[in-house]
Design a protein around this ligand. Sequence first.
Ligand code: BGC
Length: 234
Amino acid sequence: MESNVNLRTLSVDIGGSGVKVMVLDTQGNPITERGRLETPKPAKPQPIIDAITQLTSNQGDYERVSVGFPGVVKHGTVETAANLHPDWIGFDLAIALSKILKRPVRVVNDADMQGLGAIAGKGVELVVTLGTGFGSALFVNGKLLPNLEMGHHRFRKRESYEQQLGRDALDKVGHKKWNKRLGKAIASLSHLFNYDYLYIGGGEAKKVSIDLPSNVKIIPNITGLLGGINLWRD
Ligand code: BGC
């Protein structure tokens, strides 16, 4: 059996506002400083791939690549990209990136990747991410139900979770109201999923100021990159 001992993973988190990279060792511990560039606008495939390539120049060597993408991804191909350019639809990111980086590449939804880095692997665990968009990932005993898209489902006032809790909403209504909405979202998700644990991540999780139920935990944004190691575990 091939040993995993020295395989370093370049972990990439493509977001609506930033593209982030970091290299992880075989255990999944970071071995480089996180690199970040603003997401190019328009956020089309080529400029984002160029940003990733540019970021890799400070990351030393690595043997494989994990990518979290902010949309539905199946077998490396993007199916939705609500907060990026529509040119992404149908784009095989895994193939395109592996041609350029000359390493094997695995791509999954960004919230799925974040969740893989956060969960305990027991019971029903839900992960939501608060950033440009509203990401979600669901796990049962550590097994992922891929591409759960709660963000685009109706939440309240004829608006989706993403419309009510995405960064645009936060900027528009301010922290207080946004936090109040988040409390309502947690109640609604709790009734729907009856999860054992809910993890809240993403760039705006640090703005959460409401008291959280004991089974709800804030996770650091870096979890989005740390989850990259799990794409290479069975
Ligand atoms: C996308 C999800 C993604 C989330 C967070 C949503 O708009 O549809 O796939 O996980 O944003 O980036």
